[in-house]
Design a protein. Structure first.
Length: 195
């Protein structure tokens, strides 16, 4: 059984890099089989279709991203530092999980049921994790948010983060992200109004 798991994992690793290089539409089962050094029949033994392989790649990248982000949330640091590390890591991870990012953003892929399901799952995860950080900040007296507004603030942060993805992703500006985020986080934490 272990050998079968290794073969399946190898196929996913190879498919992940090929999808990243060529995109979902241009990738073929033949290319995946050739790169994995397997016959096409071996691919079909483990996966029924290219869509099923892509869904498995998306799930793999999604689990990786969520695990990395959850690790940050559990650090024993201030709520402001946690939120900053979370946002910074999230933006950098987008580059590492390019297939996941393409799946979430590409309208061509939106008609696939597994993509829509994953989009909803990721949005729920993001809002939930942001709420956890906000509640931690409220409890530690770092954040001043009314209890009945936590959902709205978490949703607003999730929406703002999605808006930040496009410039960084399209312009490949990950090396500049920390500097840019410092300014944005100052606005988030301290506002723009003079007090």
């Amino acid at each position: 059984m272990l050998l079968q798991d290794d073969i399946k994992e190898n196929i996913l690793d190879v498919a992940q890099s090929i999808f990243r290089k060529y995109g979902f539409k241009k990738t073929t089962m033949d290319e995946i089989a050739k790169a994995a050094r397997k016959g096409k029949s071996t691919l079909y033994y483990y996966f029924k279709s290219k869509e099923e392989i892509f869904a498995a790649v998306i799930e793999k990248e999604g689990n990786y991203m969520q695990n990395e982000l959850m690790r940050i949330v559990t650090l024993n640091i201030s709520s402001q530092a946690t939120l900053k590390k979370y946002i910074l890591a999230r933006m950098k991870l987008i580059d590492q999980v390019a297939n996941l990012y393409d799946a979430i953003k590409d309208d061509y892929l939106s008609h696939y049921h597994f993509i829509q399901k994953y989009r909803e799952k990721y949005d729920e995860f993001e809002i939930s994790i942001l709420k956890q950080m906000l509640i931690k900040g409220i409890n530690s007296k770092e954040f001043k948010i009314d209890a009945d507004k936590i959902d709205m603030v978490a949703f607003g942060l999730a929406t703002a983060l999605k808006g930040l993805e496009i410039p960084f992703f399209l312009e490949n500006k990950y090396t500049e992200i920390e500097h840019r985020l410092d300014s944005l986080l100052d606005i988030l934490f301290y506002g723009i109004a003079r007090k």
